[in-house]
Design a binder for this molecule. Structure first.
Ligand SMILES: [Zn+2]
Ligand SMILES: [Zn+2]
Length: 343
């Protein structure tokens, strides 16, 4: 059996013929297995959806009760037989509920990792390394220039700024699923215990994190506060809100943006960000290459992002590697700058 007989790229996403399902399909399909709740991976309209309970819940929050014909939850480490394939989900360390999908058939194991990171994150189960024959990796930050560093150091910069400018409001742009909650948890880990305010767009997902027992401390909807009196406080908002009229009601705001893209200075400047925070929910170059090597896979398939450099790195180490040209990932990814934020 060849890996392509187990999983093959199609215009709708990676298809498992022996199991009769697609992984993170970009178009509506009969049976989908979904890695995590970001909108480029988790789309509404499929017949049956298999995913972790958290991913199913996040899809319901975003798309409403009828986001799929039927759903089935699967726990990390649990194995299901679908057709001739055995399917097991393992933590991906990307956002709450995120999973790598291991598919075994005819003695071969292929792992589709979705989006992942090997860096610590207090808001989700840590990435688990899975030995496999073929590893499908993302490459959002697949260039050697991307080295994220320690997220705690970035949060320390933010807290330092709050201490130095006690009259000014601090607005932190962070994507609504995963990043926003991680930044809050990192501030708590750094000992910041004042109330943290959140933009309305973050309320439901943050509420879900709290409901799942993720400790975020005193988090308050900013709509219930008088924004003109929020000097010296921190408010988390979607990146697109940083340049909105909404932001101007705060006293002399300092704008920060938590994203792996903040490594690129020009990008921060272009977004009018005073305080770029290099915090990413994707593996950086070192994380990607270390993970690829550690899986023991002899063949690597590379999706959404900077495929070429990673494919080259693999082949130069004697691994078989190819880019998977699937259109639709990354466009809406939570870690890619939005058009609004780019403007
Ligand atoms: Zn993602
Ligand atoms: Zn993605």
């Amino acid at each position: 059996m060849r890996p392509e007989d187990i999983l093959s790229p199609t215009p709708s996403g990676v298809c498992c013929k022996c199991g009769g399902f697609h992984i993170d399909p970009t178009r509506a399909v009969e049976r989908a297995v979904i890695t995590h709740g970001h909108s480029d991976h988790a789309r509404p309209g499929h017949g049956a959806v298999l995913a972790t309970q958290e991913t199913l819940d996040l899809m319901r929050i975003r798309y409403g009760d009828n986001f799929a014909g039927s759903t089935q939850a699967i726990r990390y480490g649990e194995t299901l037989t679908l057709g001739d394939a055995r399917v097991t989900l393992h933590p991906a360390g990307h956002v709450l509920g995120s999973a790598q999908i291991a598919v075994e058939c005819g003695g071969l194991r292929v792992v589709a990792s979705g989006d992942y990171k090997d860096a610590g994150d207090p808001t989700c189960t840590p990435f688990e390394l899975v030995q496999c024959d073929v590893f499908i990796t993302e490459a959002t930050f697949g260039l050697p220039v991307f080295r994220h560093g320690d997220a705690a150091d970035e949060v320390a910069k933010l807290l330092h700024s709050v201490a130095v400018f006690p009259e000014r409001a601090h607005l932190v742009g962070a994507y609504s699923l995963g990043k926003a909650q991680r930044v809050i948890a990192l501030m708590r880990a750094a000992g910041y215990d004042a109330p943290i305010y959140m933009h309305g767009a973050l309320e439901r997902i943050t509420g879900y994190y709290l409901q799942r027992g993720i400790a975020l401390g005193d988090v308050r909807p900013v709509r219930l506060a008088d924004r003109s009196k929020l000097g010296g406080t921190i408010t988390i908002c979607p990146p697109s809100a940083l340049n909105d009229l909404w932001a101007r009601r705060f006293p002399d705001p300092v704008t920060a943006f938590a994203s792996g893209w903040m490594r690129v200075r020009a990008r921060a400047r272009q977004n009018g960000v005073a305080l770029p925070l290099v915090i990413s929910d994707h593996a950086d170059w070192d994380g990607l290459t270390a993970t690829i090597a550690a899986t023991g896979a002899s063949e690597i398939w590379v999706t959404h992002g900077q495929e070429d450099a990673l494919v080259h790195w693999c082949t130069s180490r004697g691994l078989k590697a190819r880019p998977l040209d699937i259109v639709g990932y990354g466009d809406e990814d939570e870690d890619a700058p939005t058009e609004a934020a780019d403007a």
